[in-house]
Design a binder for this molecule. Sequence first.
Ligand SMILES: Cc1cc2nc3c(=O)[nH]c(=O)nc-3n(C[C@H](O)[C@H](O)[C@H](O)COP(=O)(O)O)c2cc1C
Length: 369
Amino acid sequence: MRWLPPSAGWRGRGCARWAEHRIEVIRGFPSATGLLECFGQDGQMTTSHTSAGSAASTAPIVNRVTELLGTRYPIVQAPMGWIARSALASAVSNAGAMGIIETSSGELDVIRAEIAAMGDLTDQPFGVNIAQAFVRDPSIADFVVDQGVRFVTTSAGDPTVYTETLKDAGLTVFHVVPTLAGALKAVAAGVDGLVVEGGEGGGFKNPRDVASMVLLPLVASRVEVPIIAAGGIVDGRSMAAAFALGAEGVQLGTRMVSAVESPVHDNWKRAVVDAAETDTVFLNRHSRPGLRALRTELTERLERADHVGMDVFGRVADLYFGGDMEASIALCGQVAGRIDAVEPVDDIIAGIVAGFHDTIAGLAAYGQA
Ligand SMILES: Cc1cc2nc3c(=O)[nH]c(=O)nc-3n(C[C@H](O)[C@H](O)[C@H](O)COP(=O)(O)O)c2cc1C
């Protein structure tokens, strides 16, 4: 059963890619019906499914990403130092998406306890991130393998370093890439998939940042492995857009920082809700690491500095958990401008899935003669 592209006008290499994929959207019926029914045998959308779009809107989505991750939805919570821990990650996993535990804090003893806590908080799949620039301990791959997780994302580093070890241990490995060259290198290293991260996203960035609108279809046209899009995803509409650009999954950072279950101080969550789309700054435009963070008095000053060192994270706990927004930098994506409320993870995931189904059903109308 295939999910046909929403318009007969799709052209080029991306079109072949869509056609090859077995992407079923199960509409809550006892047997999988897929969007083929929505479009009819001739690829045209049928009216009954158009109007019924939201009735079964939290139905599972089955594609290569959900098959690899073992989740109901191809939605991943971003790894985030000190934030992506069991309270947030278990809520995400219990909502049918993929919760991720961070290692970028470097606090591996705490991480071990957090992973153990996940066993008590959820019976659903979850994964771990290795942020290579921050965890240089070569035993990190063995550490992750020993924790018994099945899914790992590697980021901020060379994909040839850990992929083989992790794959040999039977893990599914997705590497985070900000460029086409990075994507091709990761594929050559043998990863199962890519997290393609646009420059609008929060966190550590390539100083030569590329927006998802350019990067996703570029990478999708050159690789066969499944892609999870990161950067700017906040709702069903942006998820559907990422799928149109070639992704089969999405990863959310900023939206998850501001979730009810996120452990950060309410001041940070409120700042995200209050932010306009122009309220992030890009630090280290001409050096490394590039950083996208919330605009504050401190980060506005740092934006003009030649180089911002890692010592800026020295008082990170005062910001993250003490709520002093000037104590350090609050990593944040441009999509903060689209976040209007602090919501529970369950509602966030259900809303995204419902919006995704509604958006693709609406777009299907363009396939009609
Ligand atoms: C507070 C914060 C911390 C982050 N820390 C990490 C990290 O430790 N490892 C990593 O791979 N990505 C990290 N990121 C990037 C996210 O994984 C994700 O790709 C990004 O947030 C997606 O863009 P969005 O913020 O528009 O959703 C971080 C992002 C934020 C906002």
